[in-house]
Design a protein around this ligand. Structure first.
Ligand SMILES: [Zn+2]
Length: 176
């Protein structure tokens, strides 16, 4: 059975592109709508955001790794159209300055996990990705990467579907 990754992303001519891609057409539709809602919520708080990167190819990930611009050799959720980097728009230029913790507040109601806390603000994290949001829980990433699973429209990363029960309970974090 196909999904946005197999039907759209893998067939896109940019699938192997080493360029940074900020086209929201390469975001899976539910993720795309959620990202747009986050942008509009931020704007309502007086924070102008810019979509900096949506889809990322494995080839680009490797190039970034080799340049020392990324600690990761293997591309993650960005490759599946389920992650987006949102930066501040300062007079049309991208900015990473200042606090991004507002994303940790705005993103979860739209079912997006923020890379600043990976959906688990109760835990310490060694790796922070403050401009990153994704519509996939960390617990489900292995299944996503192996091709066993892709989120459906109703998927909620804060209510894990096939993670171990104790993780699922913890991940819901009192939101029930
Ligand atoms: Zn990212």
């Amino acid at each position: 059975m196909g999904n946005f990754f197999t039907d759209v992303i893998k067939k896109d001519p940019r699938f192997h592109s080493t360029n940074r891609i900020s086209d929201i057409a390469l975001l899976e539709p539910v993720t795309r709508a959620a990202v747009q809602a986050v942008i509009s919520d931020a704007a309502a708080q007086g924070i102008k955001l810019m979509v900096f990167e949506t889809f990322r190819s494995q080839e680009r990930q490797m190039a970034l790794f080799e340049q020392g611009a990324s600690q990761l050799r293997t591309v993650g959720v960005h490759n599946y159209g389920l992650a987006c980097d949102l930066v501040k728009d300062v007079n049309g230029d991208p900015s990473w300055k200042g606090d991004f913790s507002f994303l940790g507040v705005i993103a979860p109601p739209h079912r997006l996990v923020w890379g600043g806390d990976w959906g688990r603000p109760d835990l310490p994290h060694s790796f922070h990705d403050n401009d990153h949001v994704q519509r996939c829980s960390v617990a489900m990433q292995p299944q996503l990467f192996s091709g066993e699973w892709y989120p459906d429209a109703d998927y909620d990363p804060f209510h894990a579907t096939s993670a171990p029960a104790e993780d699922a309970a913890a991940a819901s974090g009192g939101g029930s």
